[in-house]
Design a protein around this ligand. Structure first.
Ligand code: ADP
Length: 376
């Protein structure tokens, strides 16, 4: 990285950490006020303030990513499996007017933070979609594919600097206009954009995240006619491939519902550390809205919440997604009896729980569903 970019990176990182702390305090305070307020209009206004703060926090994450200062939780995952786990999200990002093909490969294990991976992939897909739409291509096409690459197969545009080893490679290519030669050298620069509504942070943050993960992000022309972006992540040795986390669970989505922000955040962090991608919701209504568009691998919900409680949420979620595994949590021991009522069929975890217990309960449910309840 040039010295000037490095300095901007340090500045961005310093600012981002301070701003994030302030935003966390702002969000917590607003949520406390919202809890005390009986007025529905006030609660809606406060919620939109929280939404804005959350958007600001997203922007800060982009800055941290570009400056390579983000705290990542890399886990060992099969690149193909994580790509397929993201299929629904990819389709939603690209939209129905563009044909999207996902091409999987035999397992290839790499080490990456799965949430960061999702952001990289979404950024590349958004760019491909925007490029196709802006050039007015009638039949847009995007292809996402995975493969294992041996040291002898390194790409010509990376051979001079990529260490000789095997890699897991994920490629996103489109049939848009491609990258014009006069801007090719600048597309990874922060704030470089050719789009009216662009921020110029998509590629720079993706580049930062890939670098921080020990990989490479390269761009060349696609056989489809447009641009091709490829992420190369070093393949991990067989000895350190996962034994505790089921390979299928990695990269899967968990929907986590709890009205207590701090508890939710710490459980989310623990799950992300295991390689799951976590969708958070502060109440049953928000969770149901999200469940309309996405089926998670598991729903974890607090039982006692304002509005729809956890047991009711589980019922409604299952009406939409039959067989969805559910783990209900509660600080009230008597809730276990409610969960045991026929028809609910959910796992139960008593609060407070340790990360280890949460992990055991989650992995058990992912392996067996709710058919064979285990006591936690
Ligand atoms: P933004 O998308 O906000 O412009 P990015 O950093 O993601 O910011 O991209 C920077 C620039 O790179 C874009 O403005 C565009 O000119 C170019 N670009 C990125 N992806 C593609 C693509 N798939 N096809 C054509 N041009 C692209």
């Amino acid at each position: 990285m040039p010295v000037r970019t490095q300095a901007v990176g340090l500045l961005a990182a310093g600012l981002a950490h301070d701003l994030n702390n302030m935003l966390a305090a702002i969000i917590t305070t607003i949520e406390l006020v919202a809890e005390r307020s009986a007025n529905e209009d006030d609660r809606l206004d406060l919620q939109s303030a929280v939404d804005q703060a959350a958007r600001a926090s997203q922007l800060i994450r982009q800055l941290l990513a570009f400056s390579r200062q983000e705290t990542l939780n890399p886990v060992v995952v099969d690149l193909s499996a994580i790509m397929l786990a993201l299929q629904q999200n990819c389709t939603a990002t690209v939209g129905r007017d563009i044909r999207l093909d996902l091409v999987a490969a035999p397992p290839v294990f790499v080490k990456i933070d799965t949430t960061a991976f999702e952001r990289i992939l979404v950024n590349l897909l958004l760019n491909a979609r925007n490029a196709i739409r802006e050039c007015g291509r009638a039949q847009g096409r995007i292809r996402v594919s995975c493969r294992r690459l041996t040291a002898a197969e390194l790409p010509s545009n990376g051979r001079s600097f990529m260490p000789d080893k095997s890699y897991g490679c994920l490629t996103v290519e489109d049939n848009g206009p491609g990258i014009a030669p006069d801007i090719a050298a600048r597309i990874f620069d922060p704030y470089f954009t050719t789009r009216d509504s662009g921020h110029g942070l998509g590629l720079s943050s993706a580049f930062g995240l890939v670098k921080q993960s020990g990989g490479f992000l390269l761009c060349d022309d696609s056989l489809l006619g447009g641009a091709r972006f490829s992420i190369y992540l070093p393949e991990v040795a067989e000895e350190i491939r996962p034994t505790t986390v089921p390979r299928k669970g990695c990269g899967n989505v968990i929907m986590l519902v709890d009205d207590e922000l701090l508890l939710r955040m710490s459980a989310a962090r623990a799950l992300e550390r295991l390689g799951f991608r976590v969708r958070q919701a502060a109440d049953g209504e928000a969770a149901l809205a999200r469940l309309e568009t996405e089926r998670p691998a598991l729903l974890i919900s607090d039982i006692r919440m304002p509005g729809i409680d956890g047991v009711e949420l589980a019922r409604r979620a299952r009406a939409h997604h039959p067989g969805l595994p559910v783990l209900l949590v509660s600080g009230f021991a008597d809730e276990r009896a409610r969960v045991a009522i026929p028809g609910v069929e959910a796992g139960f975890l008593e609060k407070p729980f340790t990360t280890k217990r949460l992990e055991e309960a989650v992995l058990h449910l992912l392996d067996h569903g709710n058919a064979h309840p285990a006591s936690h």
